[in-house]
Design a protein around this ligand. Sequence first.
Ligand code: NDP
Length: 325
Amino acid sequence: MKVQAIRFEQTGDASVLRYGDTDIPDQPGPGEVRLRHVAVGVNFIDTYHRSGLYAVPLPSGIGQEAAGVVEALGEGVTEFKVGDRVAYAGGPIGSYSSHRNIAAARLVPVPDAVPDEVAAGTLLRGMTAQYLLKRTFKVEPGMTVLIHAAAGGVGQIATQWARTLGARVIGTVGSAAKARLVAPFCDHVIDYTQGSFAEQVRALTDGKGVPVVYDGVGKATFEGSLDSLAPRGMLVSFGNASGAVPPFSPGILSQKGSLFLTRPTLGHYTATREELLATAADYFSVVANGAVKAEVHQRYALADAAKAHRDLEGRQTTGSIVLLP
Ligand code: NDP
């Protein structure tokens, strides 16, 4: 059947994204379902696939997150039925589309209390916050934690969730307007475009530094993040919004206080069906009970995906972003 999708034939800036018709098999294959996408999530990782920072075979679809309704079942699918509301995040790319055949094992049910746009725009970021705060470095009550890009998609969810876990949260942002936006979610907000954030973190922690930094900014914040840590603290480097961290000598970790560094990715924390369902359910539960306000602040037509990428890469967005097919 003909569906509408965004594809790209060569890597580059947002102008390589093309909207048009493409064909998918009429019937989903064994173990698959056909989904009608209601809303599609836009994540920073999509820009890495498009730019070539993370290599994908070309030509390619794009996108790893969406929410939708099950329209048809392939052979052997028993966990879902036609009409179910479901979402997915991570896995094979191709979510920037009106419909898709996808393995049922990648899907999670969406609770009634969670709107489609929130599921589509925040599941990937919410599951990321879940594993970062609860499994990569476990946030405990009374800890002070540093979370970069606090006004961004992951940032807004992670700051709120860390506070519900009892942490004192220092968030960084790139403008005064973003500082105002996240003030309710953080105990302290630092504009890292104005001077050294590491010095400010030291000042806020009586010179000690923090036990953990969650850093999705990458290149621009790497050094300062190490300088913000207490001895034996952990840098959780989970993204490259400003570019990939360049190679460095591990000796730097000893000089700066026997530090730990990890570079985690969602796929390894949702590798089994049980982990995927539990991670999604934990995230949806904090959205449903109001502990985390997951905000979709930007909506674009599917055909305007290039504009969504430009805005995300240009630091023009806050919270999460969806495309509407
Ligand atoms: P965001 O909404 O957080 O957008 C990125 C933000 O990074 C910007 O809004 C901007 O905020 C900040 N930033 C700082 N420097 C730059 C720069 N030079 N160019 C662009 N942005 C910059 O994006 P997401 O929520 O989608 O993702 C956040 C990070 O988390 C990304 O690095 C992403 O790759 C990573 N991620 C990693 C996962 C994993 O499992 N490892 C899973 C999901 C996301 P400001 O203006 O305030 O500085």
